[in-house]
Design a protein around this ligand. Structure first.
Ligand code: HEC
Length: 113
């Protein structure tokens, strides 16, 4: 009987330990979110990876779409925004990103020179 109680106690403290760990994870996840809010280029890169890399390559070097590693020397931020909004006749889809996402991607790409 005593042994059973001990295992029960051990078990409970183990569960509580795990719960405490979980809480810690949540906290650091919150901090991560705060971090990306200020690091805009991180967001742009993430959106690019999701929506553009399939055609422009994971390293911007191009695939179906053209190389974008020096796109900032060909287009201004506004011109890139225009391409994102309206697409391009050669296969660049319009409206993949909009609002803040489009803005931060255009900003990020315009700096690639
Ligand atoms: C379905 C494939 C595809 C996807 C997805 C795609 N693109 Fe494109 N993109 C193209 C193609 C093809 C062109 C070339 C169009 C042309 O020259 O007429 C292009 C052209 C461009 C250009 C102009 C490059 C230049 O040198 O003229 C920019 C900038 C661009 N894409 C950015 C993006 C961004 C940012 C995303 C993600 C939001 C994206 N593209 C997603 C296929 C794609």
């Amino acid at each position: 009987m005593k042994k059973k109680l001990l295992t029960l106690l051990l078990g409970t403290s183990l569960v509580m330990g795990l719960a405490a760990c979980g809480g810690g994870d949540d906290e650091s996840a919150d901090k991560d979110n705060g971090g990306t809010e200020t690091a805009q280029s991180g967001d742009a890169q993430k959106i690019y990876d999701q929506k553009c890399s399939s055609c422009h390559g994971g390293d911007l070097k191009g695939a179906v779409g053209p190389d974008l590693t020096k796109v900032g020397s060909r287009y201004s931020k506004d011109e890139i925004l225009d391409i994102l909004k309206n697409g391009k006749s050669g296969g660049m889809p319009a409206g993949l990103v909009s609002g803040d996402d489009a803005d931060s991607i255009a900003d990020w790409l315009a700096a690639k020179k």
